[in-house]
Design a protein around this ligand. Sequence first.
Ligand code: GLU
Length: 478
Amino acid sequence: MTGMDSTGGESFSRGPTTRFAPSPTGELHLGNARTALFNFLLARHGEGRFLLRIEDTDAERSDAEHTAALLEDLSWLGLCWDGGPGREDERGPYHQSQRGALYERLFVTLERQGRAYPCFCTPLELEASRHAQRSSGRPPRYAGTCRDLTSGEQQRRRAQGLKPTTRFRVPPGRRIEFIDVVHGPQSFLSDDIGDFVIRRADGSAAFFFCNAVDDASMGVTQVLRGEDHLANTPRQLLVLEALDLPAPRYGHVSLVVGPDGSPLSKRHGATSVREFRERGYRPEALTNYLFRLGHSGAEHALLSLSAMARTFDVARLGRAPSHFDGQQLAIWQKETVHRLSAEEAHAWLGALLPPGLDRACASAFIAAVLPNVVLPQDARPWVDIVFGGPPALSPAAEQTVKAAGSAYFAAAAQAAAQCGNDLPAIAAAVRAATGRKGAQLYLPLRLALTGCPHGPELAPLLRAMPAGQALERLKRFA
Ligand code: GLU
């Protein structure tokens, strides 16, 4: 026996236990964020548990900064984990780098049973073997060189200072079958799988091994992960079977690709959650967009995470690659921005506003520009227009303003001198003096005040301007 409890997560919950298991080797990519979201929703849908496990056994490629950033991005998205870093429990530790003792016990078990053996082949020898197999038209797999070394031969190699990896002995002539919750029935032949490394030469546990063993020891019952892991699954099932551990149900989710169909990468623009976040995207926009990316459904409204969880269904996960579409994301972003409370909008745009701006001006400005912006940067030109002093006019704008005439602007300036930055009062004075209505009335005012023929609602923009600005801008044409 392995000394592990194989009853799954039942002592914690009756629903499914899912997990997100990132390797902290880079930023949280949109594809991985979607995997995390789907696992989170699957757990919440069934009132189960969502775990976060940091797969950091590869010390060279993993680093603490990436882990910290990952935790921050997941929290920002609202994907709170029930067990994981900062939420340790008896299934932890949740960093694989701290689970060496468990792995060691299981390596010993496998070696004792003859299910694993030390392999002394060097990377160079392995490469040469793969090359030879490819050249003769065979798929490259471990040739079995160290499979049957006697213990004397093993000892001799150790005495030479060679540090072995540990390989799992794949049983011959087996068919490995499982039902993938996305792709349906799967069948692999063990003879197509070479003996694979479960412990690296530095003693650390390799992916196939620790990923599977941890799912079992953490009570994970359902795994949704990227399609690139589908072919790894038979190896992992063999490891679990050899250790008499329960296997989760696996579902492999289609990859997120760019508009051109190639895997989403830097050349498609921003790809990490951090980049979107720094540009001012809202977490609700990202989660709503990712929820629809490869998960079909009829819910067209902006949903909270709990509403998404209610309707999440693995049966609705598609098999076709999911095409990332920045315009769809922008639509969700717009939807989210329109619903920001005054407080949230202030936090979102506040950094752009001139320091020391009073609260009433800031609120008027934000209320005016919010319907017109998708990202904070869209508000920047309006910051300059409103707070940067009288705007320059294009020749066409100048012409419209001149055509309105000095009587028009004299009336406007007089009202501004009396009432300040008050558009209704200014417009009423101009209407009374000139008889103009509609666009005839408002366009010259808008041009003189903002320099632009279009833009956010004028009255709140004007209220946001420093005192005396309406007068200063209008009297230029009086
Ligand atoms: N650490 C693996 C990855 O980031 C996890 C794969 C899995 O979810 O099983 O790809």
